[in-house]
Design a protein around this ligand. Structure first.
Ligand code: ATP
Ligand code: MG
Length: 412
């Protein structure tokens, strides 16, 4: 192990990847803003209970993926493995129930102890949106439509398919749970070890199993749609009708369940075929019991999270980078004057890079390499005359201009 490498599953993000990830976040904030969402930044770590209770002890995240440790004061804390629980905790802590619905957007690093591979890391980044308050299906439509709009604006319209399902209300879910237990118990010998355990803790999660043997059994398992009560069916019908009206294409995927305990009714995932096994780029659903589980009042919610790394790999947005202006002072006095001129230009909004080493030819080569349009050369002779030399690197022309005329001379 080399101590000079980042820890397993973590990475340094720079260059084009950093630009792509920023573009995803910027687009997210703009799109969610257009739906009335406001910023909420929660701490990167919380008391472990905040995640343990709502996500469920038996969930993969809680049982094997959390970064949990005791801090120096003896408090048990966990690096956030997702946003929703922390956002709901913040909703309760700050008394936000006075003003419903709450539309909250967040983004930042998330931590899960997973086996690293392309598109799967131990520290990764999410964009996250939560709508807290509304109990009716129209809001599920808003949330899914917002996700679709974001993906379209990221240029991913033809790269993703929306898988949509319902998990029903508590009653429907209990009926379905019984049906699954009966079915899988009859095939217990063929189930993976994990799924045998899930049979007791949360049988719905067997449908989510990545084990090949389990998948064969899952193919013939009973369907949720056969166990929905009237209310749950009506709720789902409204979601589907709303999405059709909003022009959001979807597939009803009966096998879709979400990995976490707290979902009810709507569950959805936007899946791509372009990232191998790491195909889910954005996912979410409704979580009506979550806030109560955390100790708050009975308030419903619906939300989603997207993986910024995966979205950045797929977006067709080419982030615009301002072309820099290169400032090339050729002597001591010129260097000092260049500080002042560069500040003036930056105040006008220019990106200015001062290149103070090597001969002029080398500096101009670096300026071209950095895609600069203009190079401003300050020699001692020009300085005395109150002039600078402006080189237009695109046109191959050059001009002497006074200090005052510089800003006007470097307009692209
Ligand atoms: P997966 O099935 O890929 O494990 P998940 O169901 O665990 O995903 P969610 O908890 O719904 O994922 O998180 C939302 C999004 O975060 C995912 O759709 C994905 O884009 C991204 N994501 C989840 N885990 C990772 C990870 N370890 N590395 C990078 N991105 C991730
Ligand atoms: Mg996962």
């Amino acid at each position: 192990m080399s101590k000079l490498q980042p820890a397993r599953g973590t990475r340094d993000i720079y260059g084009d990847e950093a630009l792509g990830m920023n573009a995803v976040v910027d687009t997210f904030r703009r799109v969610a803003g257009s739906y009335g969402f406001e910023d909420l930044a929660t701490p990167i770590f919380e008391f472990t209970e905040v995640f343990k209770r709502p996500l469920g002890e038996a969930s993969d995240v809680v049982s094997k993926e959390m970064y949990t440790f005791e801090d120096r004061g003896g408090e048990e804390v966990t690096l956030r493995p997702e946003f929703t629980a922390g956002v709901c905790r913040a909703f309760i802590s700050n008394g936000m129930q006075q003003n419903l619905p709450c539309r909250l957007m967040s983004h930042g690093p998330v931590f899960r102890y997973e086996r690293p591979q392309k598109g799967r890391y131990r520290q990764f980044h999410q964009i996250n949106a939560e709508m807290i308050g509304p109990e009716t299906a129209e809001f599920d439509v808003d949330m899914v439509a917002m996700a679709w709009r974001l993906l379209c604006e990221l240029g991913m319209r033809d790269k993703v398919v929306l898988h949509l399902n319902t998990l029903g209300d508590v009653e429907s879910r209990a009926a379905y749970r019984d049906a699954l237990v009966a079915y899988f118990s009859a095939h217990k010998d063929k189930l993976s070890e994990d799924s045998v355990r899930r049979l007791d803790t949360n049988p719905l999660r067997i449908l989510d199993s990545k084990d090949e043997g389990d998948k064969v059994l899952v193919a013939d398992a009973p369907l949720m749609s056969e166990h929905l009560n009237k209310e749950s069916r009506a709720f789902f019908d409204l979601v589907k009708a709303g999405l059709e009206a909003a022009g959001v294409p979807f597939e009803h995927d009966e096998r879709l369940v979400r990995g976490l305990d707290y979902y009810t009714h709507t569950a959805f995932e936007f899946i791509t075929t372009e990232l191998g096994a790491q195909g889910t780029v954005l996912a979410g659903g409704r979580y009506d019991g979550l806030i109560e589980k955390l100790g708050g009042s009975k308030v419903a919610g619906v939300g989603w999270a997207g993986g910024i790394e995966r979205l950045a790999m797929l977006t067709t947005i080419v982030p615009e980078v301002a072309r820099p202006l290169f400032m090339l002072p050729m002597g001591e006095a010129a260097t000092l004057k260049a500080f002042a001129l560069a500040e003036d230009l930056r105040a006008e909004g220019y990106t200015v890079i001062a290149d103070r080493s090597g001969n002029l030819k080398k500096r101009l080569t670096r300026a071209s390499k950095a895609n600069a349009r203009f190079a401003v050369i300050l020699g001692d002779n020009e300085l005395e005359a109150g002039m600078v030399m402006v080189k237009d690197l695109d046109r191959g022309t050059q001009d002497q201009v006074t200090f005052d005329a510089l800003t006007a001379a470097v307009v692209e």
